[in-house]
Design a protein around this ligand. Structure first.
Ligand SMILES: O=C/C=C/C(C(=O)O)=C(/O)C(=O)O
Ligand SMILES: [Fe+2]
Length: 297
């Protein structure tokens, strides 16, 4: 079993680095941590970065999880290979670009690229947020897959990933620790990043951001609303090149692992997405940039 400790980062390709960074800083409120060799690093919490924009083809490049140490990384490599999942060990240049000691890359059965990393750099300084959106941390990431049940079999068969809740065969909300979900898989025709989530301190932050985004002409994709699964109050909005961001407040913790029973929400009912039954606009997905394993920058 491969023990995912936490989510680490998302890497996203951008045709307009400046516009992507301006939105992430001035609108989302992230800190621009560093620029280096055609990449910009955005920070939300103790991690050196949780989002990297890489100049080039537009689309998601990879999503990453952290492991405990090099032994766990070597074990993960063996277990993935034994399960017939092709793996590429990162080069030292790739590790440096991600501010990690070491990494490996693999694709899920649908072509979503994932990286497993060890020793992601931390930054001990307070975050210098781009604006006061109330962000507390990188909360979760959500990918698309044509078969959500199959995706669950993949993640739960090889990793310490448990199902928290189903929304029919349309979405699986998956946990790796007490947080209701840090990985979500939504049904979509092709691989891609459905959204990246940032947790905020209060309900007031969500509502203030809603007004701020509207005043700044940002496309709200859904919300403010409340998810019945994690009970979080949410707001989805669209950034440049189809990258969807989510703020949410109040995600449930599953403290008693043994007694948690995953629930099945009817995907046909709007309240299964938003308990307040707000207008539901399908959240767009940033497509996965496909390239051979190991060919990443
Ligand atoms: O459509 C349902 C989404 C549920 C949640 C949640 O319960 O918090 C998400 O965060 C999500 O996957 O966006
Ligand atoms: Fe979400």
């Amino acid at each position: 079993m491969i023990n995912l400790r936490d989510i680490a980062y998302v890497r996203s390709g951008t045709a307009d680095l400046e516009a992507a960074v301006r939105f992430a800083v001035d609108i989302v409120g992230l800190q621009e941590q560093e620029r280096d060799d055609g990449a910009a690093y955005l920070r939300a919490d103790h991690r050196h970065h949780c989002l990297a924009f890489v100049e080039g083809e537009s689309g998601v490049l990879a999503s990453a999880f952290s492991l405990g140490d090099e032994n766990e990384l070597a074990d993960a490599e063996r277990q993935l290979e034994a399960a017939g999942v092709p793996v590429a060990r990162g080069t030292s240049q790739q590790a440096r670009a991600r501010r990690v000691r070491d990494l490996l890359a693999f694709d899920d059965p649908f072509g979503n690229r994932f990286e497993l990393v060890v020793d992601q750099a931390r930054d001990a300084r307070p975050v210098a947020f781009g604006r006061s959106a109330g962000i507390t941390e990188f909360g979760h990431l959500c990918v698309d897959a044509p078969d959500v049940r199959e995706a669950y079999r993949f993640w739960s068969g090889l990793f310490n990933v448990r199902i928290s809740d189903w929304i029919g065969d349309w979405a699986a909300l998956l946990r790796i620790d007490q947080v209701h979900h840090k990985l979500a898989v939504f049904r979509g025709g092709s691989p891609g990043l459905c959204h990246i989530n940032f947790q905020v301190t209060s309900l007031d932050d969500v509502m203030r951001s809603w007004h701020f985004l509207e005043e700044n002409g940002v496309e709200i994709q859904q919300g403010p609303g409340r998810h019945p699964q994690s009970t979080a109050v949410f707001l989805y909005f669209k950034g440049p090149e189809g990258l969807t961001y989510e703020y949410s407040y109040g995600v449930q913790l599953i403290e008693d692992e043994a007694s948690w029973q995953p629930r099945w929400f009817d995907p046909m009912h709007p309240a299964s997405i938003d308990m307040w039954c707000g207008t539901s606009k399908r959240v767009s997905t940033q497509p996965q940039v496909r390239r051979p394993l190991g060919a990443d920058r």
